[in-house]
Design a protein around this ligand. Structure first.
Ligand SMILES: Cc1cc2nc3c(=O)[nH]c(=O)nc-3n(C[C@H](O)[C@H](O)[C@H](O)COP(=O)(O)O)c2cc1C
Length: 244
């Protein structure tokens, strides 16, 4: 590689640094995207009730024993377990006038990360792709079917994506954050997703469930599976969950 011409990653980091000389390029502006996504024509909706099953767990012990788990038992997840996992990832904990503040922090409270679920073995949920509607805390069914094989293939053959009970799929809606932070927003998308996934992993640990984050996947195949365009909304991160 030509040393005078840094690679794209370094160039991105260099060009999106804040310094006392300025807060970066201001020439480009981006339209503001809607703060919430919903699927009015969803074929089913399942309201999640987060208070059903939450068990007490010691945070320090959860931090100590958390591991990425890739082997799961056959039993399905109960809807109560799934509800607690979804709540830990993206539950609303404070409703402000302009924001719905969540369990995980988000740069500028813009919440550009959307949560989808590929459910295979969850009691009370048909197999298919579901989307989390944040204001209603409900799951919206956006396509019905057993997508295990498709997800394993999209996950570059990582079989545990198909033996899990469900997989979380997180996307980023770029203009939800870029209208404010411009190109630097891309950094924040991944930071937001990391916070969300760690919440999920700690909750899984607290419930005695297994969870494994997945960053290796064919972006376009994941995006096709959930029906997003890969341009304004892009796949960021996945996580498999299942009983141990
Ligand atoms: C951003 C990120 C992407 C990851 N992608 C994968 C993956 O694609 N497949 C996988 O099996 N594990 C993946 N992992 C899990 C790591 O392999 C795991 O966190 C690491 O080995 C440390 O183990 P621990 O999580 O049990 O502490 C990923 C973890 C992170 C944070």
């Amino acid at each position: 590689m030509n040393e005078s011409e840094p690679d794209i990653g370094r160039r991105y980091l260099q060009q999106t640094r804040y310094s006392r000389a300025g807060l970066g390029e201001k020439r480009t502006s981006f339209p503001r995207a809607e703060p919430y996504k919903d699927y009015p024509s969803a074929s089913q909706r399942v309201k999640l009730k987060p208070e059903i099953s939450r068990q007490a767990a010691d945070l320090w012990e959860c931090l100590r024993v958390r591991r990425s788990q890739r082997q799961y038992r056959d039993r399905p997840l109960s809807l109560a377990e799934l509800t607690d996992l979804v709540w830990a990832a993206q539950g609303v904990t404070l409703a402000g006038r302009h924001y719905l503040l969540r369990t995980a922090p988000s740069a500028g409270a813009l919440y550009p990360v959307e949560t989808y679920l590929a459910a295979y073995r969850v009691e009370g949920l048909d197999s298919g792709i579901w989307h989390l509607n944040i204001p209603n805390f409900e799951l919206e069914l956006i396509s019905v079917g057993d997508f295990r094989r498709v997800l394993v293939e999209a996950g570059i053959g990582q079989n545990f994506l198909g033996t899990a009970a469900a997989a979380f799929i997180w996307t980023g809606i770029l203009n939800r954050a870029m209208w404010k932070y411009r190109e630097r927003a891309i950094r924040y998308l991944f930071l937001d997703a990391g916070h969300i996934c760690q919440n999920l992993m700690l909750a899984a640990t607290a419930l005695g469930l297994g969870c494994c984050p997945v960053g290796a996947f064919f972006d376009e195949e994941v995006e096709r599976l959930i029906g997003v365009d890969g341009h304004d909304e892009v796949a960021l991160y996945l996580a498999a969950v299942g009983p141990l």
